[in-house]
Design a protein around this ligand. Structure first.
Ligand SMILES: NC(=O)c1ccc[n+]([C@@H]2O[C@H](COP(=O)([O-])OP(=O)(O)OC[C@H]3O[C@@H](n4cnc5c(N)ncnc54)[C@H](O)[C@@H]3O)[C@@H](O)[C@H]2O)c1
Length: 403
């Protein structure tokens, strides 16, 4: 089988995660070039560039371009790569604006190129098992889904209060940045179009007026009796604990100390210039009448997604790791995990990172025009729900109808 060649634009956390696949499966994928102004060399490749445009203008010989740069740097490279004939592994979101999302997908369809979005959840054994159970028909049709994305108190502070996605203008609304994954699951599971969306959400806690009296703007300057009691303290999150270190290529003690002293990650969570909600609820109605309620909240001890799916003949209840499946007539139902997800791999997101790359390679090798078209077109659906939800939230929960 022919080995595919890929270029990585952005050697950050996501670029490194997908590039790892080439190390593990050198017979399937080779990373031939990497563009990154700061750390291209962290991914082994034959050629390096400082900027994505410099790279694409050279038109290096490759099959796939991986766009793993910040949200605002997705649209231009995506269009240029598609017009140059590359298939695209594009991190979510396609783009922060609806118009640009539509343009990217139109461009891919026109050029008959594949676009796979980094919606890694559908490539995990757990979520794919839910899909197989629904598709088996054993439990009947989906009537309603109640899904909670418990974002984890530390994760929300890291990404959506202090970090890259704290400001919707500089990056994307949180409902797009965080929840396009979930909407992708709903569209995939139900297999029909979402028609109506309504949403509420706000910043409950991370506002200047909630700052404890006497606290400082940076945690390193905060009086220790306040700092030690704050679970969001940057010292607590980045120095005392290791959970977030994997996000940084250099996570030595010195680098983490510099991070909290000099960067936005050292800011007090109540004074971080964030504008995205710390909790948001979205309600959806799909063709055929199925309804979904999605709760995203940053006030949870664990970072996990829990799901209850009510079907006409049974129920699926998932705690994020295990599924409890029941058929109302008491008959046993078990479809098992689909074949391609049975082999565990060491990549993050429950193996989803590697499974996504593997699936992309499979589709490109198979070269079926209809599969390429439908996979690419479906990428847009989740994003359109996100934009409708944000529109609704900003309009106080008005019902938004999708075409
Ligand atoms: N699918 C998921 O689960 C998931 C998780 C996290 C992030 N993301 C998405 O992935 C994307 C990247 O996020 P990340 O966490 O890897 O960020 P990151 O900051 O770790 O990496 C981004 C990289 O892009 C590089 N870059 C910036 N400008 C560039 C340019 N002009 N040319 C080339 N490279 C450039 C940066 O130097 C950096 O190394 C974002 O869009 C984010 O929303 C997806």
């Amino acid at each position: 089988m022919k080995k595919l060649k890929a270029i990585v634009l952005g050697a950050g956390y996501r670029g490194r995660a997908y590039a790892e696949y080439a190390k593990e499966h050198p017979d399937q994928l080779e990373i031939v070039g990497v563009a990154d102004p700061e750390q291209a060399g962290v991914i082994p490749a034959k050629k390096y560039w400082k900027d994505w445009r410099e790279c694409l203008e050279e038109r290096p010989e490759a099959d796939i371009v991986m766009v793993t740069m910040p949200d605002a740097l997705h649209y231009d490279p995506a269009i240029m790569a598609l017009e140059s004939g590359y298939h695209l592994l594009l991190e979510k979101p396609i783009s922060p604006t609806e118009e640009q999302c539509r343009e990217v997908i139109d461009c891919a369809l026109k050029n008959k190129r594949l676009v796979i979005i980094g919606h890694i959840l559908r490539y995990t054994a757990y979520f794919a098992h839910i899909k197989a159970l629904i598709d088996s028909g054993e439990l009947g049709e989906v009537v309603s889904i109640a899904h909670q994305e418990s974002a984890g108190f530390w994760k929300v502070a890291h990404s959506y209060v202090r970090g890259n996605w704290a400001n919707s203008i500089k990056s994307s609304p949180i409902i797009l940045a965080k929840c396009s994954h979930d909407f992708d699951l709903f569209v995939w599971w139900i297999g029909r179009k979402c028609r109506k969306v309504t949403s509420f959400g706000s910043i409950k806690l991370f506002r200047p007026e909630m700052m404890p009296k006497g606290a400082a703007k940076r945690c390193v300057n905060c009086p220790s009796e306040i700092e030690r009691r704050c679970v969001w303290s940057a010292l607590n999150m980045y120095v005392d604990h290791d959970e977030l270190k994997y996000l940084f290529a250099d996570h030595s003690d010195a680098a983490m100390q510099k991070l909290i002293e000099e960067t936005d990650y050292g800011q007090c969570v109540y004074r971080a210039n964030n504008d995205v909600p710390d909790h948001q609820t979205v309600t959806m109605e799909f063709d055929g009448g199925a309804t979904v309620s999605h709760v995203m909240t940053g006030f949870t001890a664990k970072n996990v997604r829990t799901t209850r799916i009510a079907l006409t003949r049974g129920e699926i209840v998932g705690d994020g790791e295990n599924l409890d499946i029941c058929r109302f007539d008491g008959k046993h139902v078990e479809t098992g995990v689909p074949e391609m997800y049975r082999i565990p791999n060491r990549s993050r997101h429950g193996g989803g990172d590697f499974n996504l790359v593997s699936e992309m390679i499979r589709i490109i090798r198979r070269d079926d025009a209809e599969e390429i078209r439908s996979t690419t077109a479906q990428a847009l659906e989740s994003h359109l729900i996100c934009f409708a939800a944000e529109k609704s939230r900003l309009a106080g929960g008005r019902v938004i109808e999708l075409d």
